[in-house]
Design a protein around this ligand. Structure first.
Ligand code: GN1
Ligand code: MG
Length: 354
C-alpha cells in the first residue's frame, strides 16, 4: 500500500486535515491497521478491512455501530463517561462509515476510529494482576451487552466457532492436501484426528439449548482489551468485527488461550508454550466479578470447556490453513501456521478439564 493510498483513505474521514504520519499498528492476522498522527496532535486508527474474509463490510459496520452505541448508552446510564471505554468510528462528510477506494488491484475498504489514548494492547503479560484486569474488561463487555437483541445482529461470519464444521474443513484439507504439506504435519494431524468427537462438545450443548446464545465478541484474545498505561486497568475492548450471537464459553476461552499462555501463539520453540494456571484464575476472578451474576450455572461450570474448545479450534484452524497453503491468515514465512498449530496443541494438552 502506498503512502498516497493511505493518505487518501484517511482524508476521506478527515477532509480538513493535512498529511499525517502513518505507521503499522497491532498484530492482527486479517485486517491491516495503521496509526495516524495528524499535525494538530490527534491520533486515529485507520484500518483496511479484508473483504475476502469479511465479504459484507457494511454488515460488519452496522453490527459495530449498534453494539458500540448500545454500550455507550449503558455506560452513561451507569454514570460512566464512555469516551475511552468504547471505540468511536468517524463518518465521512457524506455520513458513511466506510470509504471504498478504487485501486489497480480492485476495491479497498477503509474505516477510521479515534485512538484510545493512554492505553495499549498486550500480547503476553508478565503479571497475573493484569490478567485480572483483562478479565474485568471482558466481563464488563459481557455485562454491558446483556439484554442486547442478539437476533438483530448480522451473522457476518456464519459458523465462525462451529468447531464441528471447522473440523470437517480440516479433514477435507487433510484428504486433498493441496499444498503437499501433509507429510511434515503427520504428528499434528494424528493428534487432532484422535480427538474428533471432542470437536462437537460445545456445539452440542448449544443445539440442545443447554447453553444460551448471547451477544459475544468471538475474538477475545488478550490483545483485544486495552489496558491503561498507568494503572493497568481495562479501558476498552476493541476489534468488534466478529461480534455475533455465540456462547460466553468462547469469549472466556479465547482470553485464556492467549492470556494464560507463557508465550505468543507463534512462538517457534513449541516447548516454551505453557499453560499458566495462576493467570487463568486471575482472569476468571476478574471476569466473574463483572459478569458472574448474569451467567447461568452451566455457563459458569463449563468455562474451562470453552478454553479447551477454543484452543482446540485454533489448532484445527491454523493446521487447516497450513495444509491449504496459507490462504487465510497472514503469515511471515512458510510454516508459520504449522508453528502456530503446534503451540496450540501443546497448550491444549496442558489445559485442565475444569
Ligand atoms: C484472527 O485478525 P485477528 O488477529 O483479529 C482471527 C481470529 C483468530 C486470530 C488468531 C476473523 O484475528 O479468529 O483467533 O486471528 N479472526 C478471524 O490470532 O478469523
Ligand atoms: Mg479480530
Amino acid at each position: 500500500m502506498t503512502n498516497d493510498a493511505l493518505q487518501a483513505a484517511l482524508a476521506a474521514f478527515l477532509p480538513e486535515g493535512d498529511a499525517s504520519t502513518l505507521r503499522p499498528l497491532g498484530e492482527g492476522l486479517i485486517n491491516t491497521t495503521f496509526r495516524a498522527e495528524t499535525p494538530d496532535g490527534k491520533s486515529y486508527v485507520l484500518q483496511r478491512l479484508n473483504t475476502k474474509i469479511f465479504p459484507d463490510p457494511e454488515a460488519v459496520m452496522r453490527n459495530t455501530l449498534r453494539v458500540t452505541g448500545w454500550m455507550r448508552d449503558r455506560l452513561r446510564e451507569e454514570g460512566v463517561d464512555p469516551t475511552r471505554r468504547v471505540p468511536e468510528f468517524l463518518p465521512t462528510p457524506e455520513g458513511a462509515y466506510l470509504y471504498v477506494a478504487d485501486t489497480p488491484e480492485g476495491e479497498s475498504v477503509w474505516r477510521c476510529s479515534r485512538l484510545i489514548q493512554g492505553a495499549r494492547a498486550h500480547t503476553v503479560l508478565s503479571d497475573p494482576r493484569l490478567l485480572y484486569e483483562a478479565g474485568r474488561g471482558y466481563g464488563d463487555f459481557q455485562r454491558l451487552l446483556d439484554g442486547f437483541p442478539a437476533r438483530e445482529l448480522a451473522e457476518v461470519l456464519p459458523g465462525f466457532h462451529d468447531t464441528r464444521k471447522r473440523f470437517a474443513a480440516f479433514l477435507d484439507a487433510v484428504e486433498r492436501d493441496p499444498a503437499g504439506r501433509g507429510k511434515e504435519a503427520e504428528k499434528e494431524i494424528a493428534f487432532l484426528r484422535e480427538r474428533e468427537a471432542f470437536a462437537g462438545e460445545v456445539v452440542d450443548l448449544l443445539e440442545k439449548g443447554e447453553l444460551p446464545l448471547r451477544v459475544t465478541h468471538n475474538d477475545t484474545k488478550l490483545s483485544n482489551v486495552l489496558l491503561d498505561d498507568r494503572t493497568g486497568e481495562a479501558v476498552c475492548v476493541i476489534d468488534l468485527d466478529t461480534v455475533m450471537p455465540g456462547t460466553v464459553l468462547y469469549d472466556f476461552g479465547d482470553a485464556i488461550r492467549t492470556g494464560a499462555a507463557s508465550v505468543a501463539e507463534d512462538e517457534p520453540v513449541t516447548e516454551r508454550m505453557n499453560f499458566l494456571p495462576a493467570y487463568c484464575e486471575a482472569f476468571r476472578a476478574g471476569f466473574l466479578e463483572r459478569c458472574g451474576d448474569i451467567l447461568l450455572p452451566i455457563e459458569r461450570e463449563k468455562l474451562m470447556l470453552g478454553a479447551r474448545m477454543i484452543v482446540f479450534e485454533q489448532a484445527v484452524r491454523f493446521l487447516t490453513d497450513h495444509l491449504e497453503g496459507d490462504v487465510y491468515y497472514q503469515t511471515a514465512y512458510p510454516g508459520h501456521n504449522l508453528v502456530r498449530a503446534r503451540t496450540q496443541i501443546r497448550l491444549f494438552s496442558q489445559l485442565p478439564e475444569a
